[in-house]
Design a protein around this ligand. Structure first.
Ligand code: KIV
Length: 258
């Protein structure tokens, strides 16, 4: 079992599609490991795992704890640590926190949100031997500042952002919430892989939040989500059977008893 490296990810540009998913614990990381190239310990952690309305409350401490757990489960995939809101506001702070990630976890790379405005920060991390994944388009950490999640349509700005990140040394870019035709042009404008979420099919790979993809999150379904499992429905049905069998004294049977 060969571990996926940053070189494998970079060389996938214009070749095979990169498969990426989020995970926040060892159990799911182990289940996903065989089928994906990249596991992202996203700051979506705080929405999926902690039930918060957005990602902004995620902290370095939480992210490190969950990344350690993911690395315990993922032996093959490339693990990316999502830098939480406020952890990379300037070069010094970003470097201090990114170094902490490499020192305290086995993560292979960090991801941070922002285009041209964050290029100097990316450059600083790359200069210090840290693999950086960019994230442009709809940036969830901007949700309060922008008053909601908005699909991005400014092609010129997005191309400039992607190219600034490429120049700064990112090995790949997540492109979120961008119309498919614009995403295609952005992908063609850089030599690093562009991994889409809500960005159509003409990108170099896809990333999705696991609980959306497996149908565990039922409150609403964003347009870009495809549910490959009715996770919540199946779980509820199983729980209903379990509760019934406990109440009726059917579980545990002789088979489950010592
Ligand atoms: O935090 C996250 O899960 C992400 C993905 C939406 C790309 O950043």
């Amino acid at each position: 079992m060969k571990k996926v490296t940053v070189t494998d990810i970079k060389s996938a540009k214009n070749g095979r599609k990169i498969v990426m998913i989020t995970a926040y614990d060892a159990l799911f990381a182990k289940l996903f490991d065989e089928y994906v190239d990249i596991i992202l310990v996203g700051d979506s952690l705080n929405m999926v795992f902690a039930g918060k309305p957005d990602t902004l409350s995620a902290t370095m401490k939480q992210m490190i704890y969950h990344t350690k757990a993911v690395c315990n489960g993922a032996k093959r995939s490339f693990v990316v640590f999502d830098m939480p809101y406020g952890s990379y506001t300037d070069k010094k702070k970003a470097l201090k926190n990114a170094l902490k990630v490499y020192k305290k976890t086995d993560a292979d790379a960090v991801k941070l949100e922002g285009g041209a405005k964050k290029a100097k920060i990316v450059e600083e991390l790359v200069k210090n031997g840290i693999a950086v994944m960019g994230h442009i388009g709809l940036m969830p950490q901007q949700v309060r500042g922008e008053g909601g999640y908005k699909v991005k349509t400014d092609k010129e700005k997005l191309v400039k952002d992607a190219q600034a990140l490429e120049k700064a040394g990112v090995f790949a870019i997540v492109l979120e919430g961008v119309k498919a035709d614009i995403a295609k042009e952005i992908t063609q404008s850089v030599k690093v892989p562009v991994i889409g979420i809500g960005a159509g099919k003409d990108v170099d790979g896809q990333v999705i939040v696991w609980s959306d993809m497996l149908g565990f999150f039922e409150d609403f379904k964003p347009k870009f989500v495809k549910r490959y499992l009715q996770g919540a429905k199946l779980t509820k049905e199983a729980l209903q059977r379990y509760a019934k069998e406990v109440e009726e004294g059917v579980f545990p049977s002789k088979e489950e008893s010592y």
